[in-house]
Design a protein around this ligand. Structure first.
Ligand SMILES: Nc1ncnc2c1ncn2[C@@H]1O[C@H](COP(=O)(O)OP(=O)(O)OP(=O)(O)O)[C@@H](O)[C@H]1O
Ligand SMILES: [Mg+2]
Ligand SMILES: [Mg+2]
Length: 495
């Protein structure tokens, strides 16, 4: 009989294995393209090497190794003197060679970390290792799910796409933390330019989860090795999004709690996340390492990578950049976050800020431009070659040649919708200097026609100015800038 009682408190332990596709032009061990063509036929983007035909030899793709080194640097990991490749042997139809070329005891990255913040609390997640490997082909279960399909189709176009498998320490204590980690990892990978989150299946997660006695968790939140090794864990496969990880783990934790509550033991097993039904389903008992008969790939010599770390630069990473935006440009947290949401947005902002006043640049990029782009489902990269036009728009506003309202509501929108430059929109819509004259005329008229309000203002009635601003706004059809009108009125009335 188990010595544990059903009511005993349990702590959640989660570790992730994250597979990310690296963005390279060609596959990791052959020259086939990694880019799916529109409407491509299955099994056309292949060659003898990625099909595993007898006698075909692998050639390592330098770009994939460079991407891996960049990831290692970003995760503050150790990069060894030499790295080697191994065959991981197993039989599955998505693997034409019956082994996967991967790394074993000398992975390209080891012992790193990534800091995440969950509900304002900072947590450092240990990275055990990260290694390069090839993606298997893709499998389609025809006529339904993995359980109900009548037959299965295999497509090797994906086979050989470079993957980086990032293995974390079992440092997560909640599903929400894994979601934050995956978002952060993706952000870093995109900054490095080695990953495309929009590509289907570019991120796949295996989530390992166990429940341990809460008493075993030490004060610093860690769990002793022996306890971890002793705990039976389920490895949940087929997770393809941050949200999916959070949902699958929440389900799996409840399932394990219920198993224990019924007085049974947790099995050490591999489970499948059924996204549609929102449940995890048992697939098989967990394979042990010896099942894979790992051995060195004799066709790939050991690779010396000791000097690659110094040779390959990486850009400033999101956290550091956010911090610098706060100190260098005096941005608040919200603006700094928005303006570093992608490397491209951050670059755009800094280009405008370099040409111009950073505070104005921040308001215009963070509030106006990103908002209008988002509304149109456009990306910053759609307008990066129009940086000059955008900077001129901001300058025109600052110089008083254009009201903020017109710039935001007319000129910027026309620039995006019609691809016009700011000057031609201003000219066509008659928004330039002529309009300033119109405002001045309306200000004069408002003062002339409302002597009572003017008298009230001089008697100290602040409300009277609002009335006069309202008159001018009405006269100009709402196109004037209320702040500017207010200023002009006071100038006249006080002067
Ligand atoms: N007690 C535990 N509870 C939850 N997760 C754990 C526990 N112990 C280890 N893990 C996690 O399990 C994962 C182990 O991954 P690793 O790739 O090393 O082995 P594997 O899953 O046995 O191998 P593979 O799936 O590649 O064949 C790591 O993410 C680790 O943090
Ligand atoms: Mg695993
Ligand atoms: Mg693994």
């Amino acid at each position: 009989m188990s010595t544990r009682t059903a009511s005993e408190e349990r702590a959640v332990v989660i570790g992730l294995e994250v597979h990310v596709q690296l963005e390279t032009d060609t596959k990791v061990f052959c020259g086939c393209s990694t880019e799916p063509a529109d409407d491509e036929e299955p099994n056309t983007r292949t060659c003898p090497t990625c099909l595993g035909l007898p006698g075909a030899l692998p050639v390592l793709n330098e770009a994939a190794v460079e991407a891996a080194v960049k990831i290692g640097k970003a995760l503050d990991a150790d990069i060894p003197e030499t790295t080697t490749f191994h065959r991981k042997n197993y039989y599955y139809p998505d693997l034409p060679k019956n082994f996967q070329l991967t790394q074993y005891d000398a992975p390209i990255c080891a012992d790193g970390e990534l800091e995440v913040s969950v509900d304002g609390e900072r947590r450092t997640i240990g990275i055990t290792r990260a290694h390069l490997e090839e993606d298997p082909g893709s499998i389609q279960h025809a006529g339904g799910s993995i359980e109900s399909a009548t037959h299965t189709l295999v497509n090797y176009n994906r086979a050989g796409t470079p993957l980086m498998e990032v293995v974390t320490e079992p440092d997560f204590r909640s599903p929400a933390e894994t979601r934050a980690f995956l978002a952060k990892l993706e952000e870093v990978l995109e900054y490095l330019g080695v990953f495309d989150a929009t590509r289907d299946g570019s991120l796949r997660v295996d989530a390992n989860v166990s429940l341990v006695d809460a008493d075993e968790v030490t004060e610093d939140g860690s769990v002793p090795e022996a306890v971890l090794a002793d705990a039976n864990r389920a490895e949940v496969k087929n997770i393809s999004s941050h949200k999916g990880a959070e949902k699958a783990l929440a389900y799996e934790i409840t399932r394990q709690r219920n198993v224990l509550r019924r007085g049974r033991e947790i099995e050490q097993e591999t489970r499948h996340w059924d996204e549609g039904r929102g449940v995890t389903v048992s697939m098989r008992s967990k394979e042990a390492e010896k099942d894979y008969r790992y051995f060195r790939e004799a066709d790939l010599p050991a690779l010396e990578v000791s000097d690659w770390k110094d040779r390959i630069p990486i850009p400033e990473l999101p956290d550091a950049r956010r911090e610098r935006f706060r100190t260098e440009y005096g941005l608040d947290d919200e603006a700094a976050s928005k303006l570093t949401s992608t490397k491209e947005v951050a670059d755009f902002f800094e280009d405008v800020a370099g040409e111009y006043d950073p505070e104005l640049a921040a308001t215009w990029v963070a509030d106006n431009l990103l908002g209008e782009l988002n509304y149109r489902e456009m990306e910053i990269t759609d307008v990066t070659d129009r940086l000059d036009e955008f900077t001129r728009l901001v300058e025109l506003v600052d110089a008083g040649e254009l009201t903020v309202k017109n710039a935001e509501e007319v000129v910027l929108r026309e620039m995006l919708d019609e691809g016009e430059d700011p000057e031609s929109v201003i000219e066509r819509e008659g928004l330039g200097k002529a309009e300033s004259d119109e405002v001045e005329t309306a200000v004069e008229a408002a003062i002339e026609e409302n002597p009572d309000a003017v008298a009230d203002y001089h008697d100290g009635d602040e409300g009277a100015i609002n009335f006069l601003v309202g008159q001018v706004m009405q006269a100009t059809g709402g196109s004037a800038d209320p702040g500017q009108v207010n200023g002009l009125l006071r100038e006249r009335l006080d002067g």
